[in-house]
Design a protein around this ligand. Structure first.
Ligand code: HEM
Length: 445
């Protein structure tokens, strides 16, 4: 795809441009002309399956292309890199996120979420509008810091870290768009990036160091687990890697869920039929009880609504790979060292794989339709050995938040428009969503 098409449209409206590249490719492997850098765009579910799963060893998270190099300055070697460091971190962290362990934490998460939602009684009484992004951040940070970080990081500190992450997500964009710029050459955003990393380190390093001396057998919060964990060959992580993984885990456990849920409210506002079905399901399954573990499996439509949000707004919108050895994908030769663009945002909005892809329709995720679709037509959590560790947590936590909020309140938006998509290092809503809350009569307090 020629430079004169690619670059101007990417600058004007990146999300639309990316989907447009997918549509023009017709599912074939094509190259995007970004000047001296020409990555291969992989959109077809069969090709994605090869890259992410079947030949995962040949497609690594490395190389100079796109976001791994800029983000490495924040996350370093560990769970968000590849090779030996990644293997060690994955081995230590994975047991914390198994479906079984997360299931066992649901009721603790539910109580923490309920307590955070109690704070909304006041704006509901006064009619003061709230910013849904901030409300969700408060809820998610309160629950995650208590259950996964054993309150080692306070909620106000977690909120400051999230602000710094927001600055980082923006400030690395020039380096993502111009990946051939040498690290030593100054770029716009560099100073903001360094300031934000410094703030995160200032907040986290003292906590991380203090936890090294106090971590005891049986402590299962993320920081203690990183200190105490053994790698496959019996070694331990050094301070650098514990820091890298703590930073990565604070980022992935918070901003992901918060960003995805922000789009829920405008969609419910625009689609009364969908909102009514969701409210009816919650009323039937949860009623005026507090939401608990036993309700979650019954909330099937709620899960479909979440899947549809993840289809349209996959916050990990780009996770490039580099080919180690030459390969042939869909008849196209991909040389060693090539960068591959893998993007759920593109595939999940392509008309070749989705009927009326721009329409919000949770019925796409009815069990029959899910079974009839290729695995990699919907892959918001990636796939293969690097598949998201937090997938199960996301579904449970997001369901708890949505069910608890909607069994207590109704939300009226200040502006009914749907926020645009801000294409930063992770995808975010472009505008704030503000709403007034109305308490449901008879709802559990
Ligand atoms: C809710 C808590 C979440 C946690 C704790 C979490 C954690 C992680 C971690 C640790 C990884 C790296 C896995 C590895 O390389 O071995 C990862 C990967 C990933 N996560 Fe999540 N995540 C969460 C939510 C989400 C959400 C909501 C999305 C998308 C909507 C998402 C999308 C992804 C994707 C696409 C990858 C794979 C990247 C790649 O293959 O290079 N995550 N996640």
């Amino acid at each position: 795809m020629p430079l004169r098409h690619v670059v101007p449209s990417l600058i004007r409206e990146p999300a639309r441009a990316l989907v447009g590249f997918g549509e023009r490719s017709g599912g074939e492997v094509v190259r995007l002309n970004l000047g001296s850098f020409r990555p291969y765009l992989i959109t077809h579910p069969e090709h994605l399956q090869r890259v992410l799963r079947e030949k995962a060893d040949n497609y690594v998270r490395a190389g100079d292309g796109l976001q791994w190099r800029p983000l490495k300055r924040l996350f370093g070697e560990g769970i968000l890199s590849d090779g030996e460091h990644w293997t060690n971190s994955r081995h230590i962290l994975q047991p914390l996120f198994t479906a079984r362990r997360i299931d066992g934490l649901v009721d603790r998460l539910a109580v923490a979420i309920e307590e955070a939602i109690d704070e909304l009684e006041e704006p509901a009484r006064t009619g003061q509008p709230v910013d849904m992004g901030t409300v969700q951040a408060q809820i998610v940070c309160s629950a995650i810091m208590r259950v996964f970080f054993a309150d080692k990081i306070t909620v106000p500190d977690a909120m400051r870290i999230m602000e710094a992450q927001d600055a980082i997500a923006w400030s690395v964009m020039p380096r993502i768009i111009v990946p051939w710029a040498p690290t030593a050459a100054p770029m716009p955003g560099d100073r903001a990036f360094r300031r934000a990393v410094q703030l995160i380190d200032d907040l986290l390093l003292p906590t991380i160091r203090a936890a090294r001396d106090t971590a005891r057998d049986g402590d299962d919060d993320i920081i203690s687990t990183l200190w105490r964990g053994r790698t496959e060959d019996g070694g331990q992580l050094d301070e650098r890697q514990v820091r890298n993984d703590t930073v990565a885990m604070v980022a992935t456990t918070t901003e992901t869920t918060i960003s995805v849920l922000t789009w829920l409210w405008p969609h419910l506002d625009r689609d009364p039929a969908i909102a009514t079905r969701l409210f009816e399901e919650l009323d039937r399954v949860v009623g005026d009880q507090p939401v608990r573990h036993q309700h979650l499996r019954e909330l099937r439509y709620t899960r479909q609504v979440l899947d549809e949000l993840l289809r349209l707004y996959p916050i990990g919108w780009l996770f490039p790979r580099m080919a180690v050895e030459e390969d042939v994908i869909g008849g196209v030769r991909v040389p060693a060292g090539a960068t591959l663009v893998v993007s759920p945002l593109i595939t999940q909005r392509m008309s070749m794989f989705w009927d009326r892809p721009e329409v919000f329709d949770p019925d796409r995720f009815s069990p029959e339709l899910v079974r009839s679709r290729p695995r990699y037509a919907h892959f918001p959590f990636g796939g293969g050995p690097h598949q998201c560790l937090g997938m199960h947590l996301f579904y449970l936590e997001a369901t708890l938040i949505v069910a608890t909020l909607l069994s207590r309140f109704r939300f009226r938006l200040q502006r009914p428009s749907l926020p645009g998509i801000k294409v930063a290092a992770a995808l975010r809503p472009l505008e704030r969503v503000e709403a007034t809350l109305h308490r449901l009569p008879g709802a559990a307090a």
